[in-house]
Ligand binder design. Sequence first.
Ligand code: SF4
Length: 328
Amino acid sequence: MNPQIADRDLTLEEIKKFLERDYDMLKNVVEITFTGGEPFMRDDFGEMLEIFHGFFPNASFWIVTNGTLTTRIEEVVSRIVKIHRKIGISISIDGREETHDKIRGIKGTYKKAVQTIKKMAILREKYPWLNITIGSVLLPLNIKDFPFIYKLSKDFNVDFTFQPLHLNPVFYKHPLNTQETLGKYLIGEEKLRKLKDFLEIYMQEIFSRYKLAAFPHLYYYDNMFRIVLGERCRTLNCFAGISAFHLGSNGDIYPCHILNKKMGNIREKSLKEIWRSEEAKNIRGEIAKRSCICWTVHEIYRSMEENFIHLLIFSIRHVLKNKLNLRT
Ligand code: SF4
């Protein structure tokens, strides 16, 4: 590949060509997450969403943002929500104002993110299918603020999700995730134990709100807590690189956004060639051996669908536990 374009972001034209060329392989895509960096930094992000809508009118779109570019976010989401009905936006809140700004390293970012949530909530009055979520990452600095963030989500009547910090070699050049780096060793056991009371209330409220549809969420948080405490290993086989992939801004294809194993680049090869390549086969082999670990929202929910039996057993145990007061 020409080194001058190797690291350059894909243009809209290149994205369109990729989707046309590889549509045969992509036509059954059910969910697309747009993340960054910060996706709204791209001036043409609105146009990009419209291109994806043209190819995948029925897929769920998730946009993950730090919420700082309020005006642009409002403008782009107002445009896409009119034409695309399965759409959600996840705005990151890391804690109270002071904690959030400290973690983000810039004063004023909390206020901007909250302003964006307000704007999205107003937009939702007109387009009720717009799903709004506050997303957080468990860090040593913000664990005490989780009840506050949860309350904030209730005040705005939006969802709240959180996940452990993933050391991400693709974006942050960190080493590979391991069981050790996911929780106890990174955050401290004492702090994590304090989270337990909050988590119990949170899970009960999820159950009363979603009823049977709550089980995937309960499974996600119950296992996450045990994993970050080091009490349990990852329970599910991972299907990254089989039923999903991560497309980097320069066209690189990875199995997911965490594992730093490049399968190929769409500027050089078609997706079919990349998917059937030796590199891809070897990477899938390594993932199958569970040589990497993560518990990230998007991947785990997909893996739950593929490992449905785990979820079913968990759900039955949960019902029995609540009826008979048994331990899971
Ligand atoms: S377990 Fe799966 S999603 Fe997680 S880092 Fe490994 S390949 Fe990626």
